[in-house]
Write a protein that binds this ligand. Structure first.
Ligand SMILES: [Fe+2]
Length: 337
């Protein structure tokens, strides 16, 4: 039977891919947003800055602080990547979110499992690169996508087993049997997967299984409880798989962003590390909005790991602030061993 050898949780936000001298670009992006989600409220940037004025984020945005936090994050990513590569898995199952990369307004599945033979990560087109910079998202381009088009192998047999097991468990997942195409050709694999393959695996050609969760877009985001339940089914499916393969599982994304909420981050991370499933699955859906919604990818991995003897160990938590309203990303890096 196959074996789950390692679980990994890693943030993947843009500040991990931008030198701290350029974080202000993303602060300007925040300032231009009509709405920012924070806890159960929605605010304009000036409203948020007023609400959080007492927290004095100016000091957190000093360039020396940004540089220190950036270095901490890079060393965490280096270490996580080294551990993942040293574990030498035969398969890496990545739980990520689709952020209008494969699925759009026409159909957005709550959960999808990609069951193709391989998947492409294409370099940025000149038009996409120019558009990204024009809208103020900065030059965080190469950590998600390669400089030359890449084809990653997919462990199709396991992906199809997971679809079958989820259906048997009455969790009706979508099956994506072929990489979607749009008006511009193949739709690229999402940033949540590209980041793990490039930054942690360093393009080592290990077969992956992409699990796509709709954490971002109303009205059909799965509840945290449902994510945990899907995770349990995935974990059981791996353990029942008639194969001698060694599988690593990775949660990609989170924790709070693009408004940093250290208190909430600690609540979620403490619950993950303590195996406190009740706290995770009872957290109201409204707390999982915008980038913070990606924390559900960690909850699914907690479900996968729940019937193993591995507990989550938090290696590092780094709050990366980029504006006076406390926008930025709460970055976390962890393993289940
Ligand atoms: Fe993301």
């Amino acid at each position: 039977m196959a074996e789950i050898i390692l679980g990994v949780g890693s943030s993947h936000g843009p500040l991990l891919n931008l030198p701290p001298e350029e974080w202000e670009v993303r602060a300007n992006f925040d300032r231009a947003q009509p709405e920012l989600a924070f806890r159960d409220g929605t605010y304009t940037f000036p409203e948020l800055a007023e609400l959080r004025a007492c927290d004095e984020f100016i000091d957190q945005c000093a360039i020396e602080v940004k540089r220190e936090r950036y270095v901490q994050c890079q060393s965490q990513l280096d270490e996580l990547g080294a551990q993942l590569r040293a574990a030498d898995p035969d398969v890496v199952l990545i739980v990520g979110d689709d952020q209008h990369e494969w699925f759009f307004e026409d159909t957005q599945p709550a959960f999808a499992v990609y069951c193709g033979d391989d998947v492409q990560n294409l370099t940025w087109s000149e038009a996409a690169r120019a558009e990204r910079i024009k809208v103020g998202r900065g030059g965080d381009l190469y950590s998600y996508r390669p400089e030359n088009d890449q084809t990653y192998p997919v462990e199709r047999e396991l992906a199809e087993l997971i679809v079958g097991a989820a259906m048997d468990a009455e969790i009706d997942v979508a099956a994506s049997m072929q990489q979607p195409t749009g008006p511009d050709g193949i739709r690229n694999i999402g940033h949540a997967y590209g980041f793990i393959y490039r930054r942690l695996l360093q393009d080592k050609p290990i077969p992956i299984v992409p699990i796509l969760q709709n954490t971002f877009y109303p009205p059909n985001q799965p509840a945290p409880k449902r994510c945990f339940e899907l995770g349990r089914v995935i974990g059981q499916t791996i353990r029942d798989w008639k194969s001698d393969k060694r599988v690593a599982v990775v949660a990609s994304g989170g924790i709070s962003h693009f408004v940093v909420d250290e208190e909430w981050d600690h609540k979620m991370l403490d619950a993950l590390a303590g195996g406190d499933t009740a706290t995770l699955i009872n957290e109201p859906n409204i707390m999982f909005r915008s980038g913070s919604s990606e924390t559900k990818n960690w909850i699914t991995v907690a479900g996968i790991m729940s019937e193993t003897t591995s507990a989550m160990e938090l290696h590092g938590y780094v709050p990366c602030y980029r504006s006076e309203a406390g926008t930025g990303s709460g970055m976390a890096f962890a393993t289940w061993r």
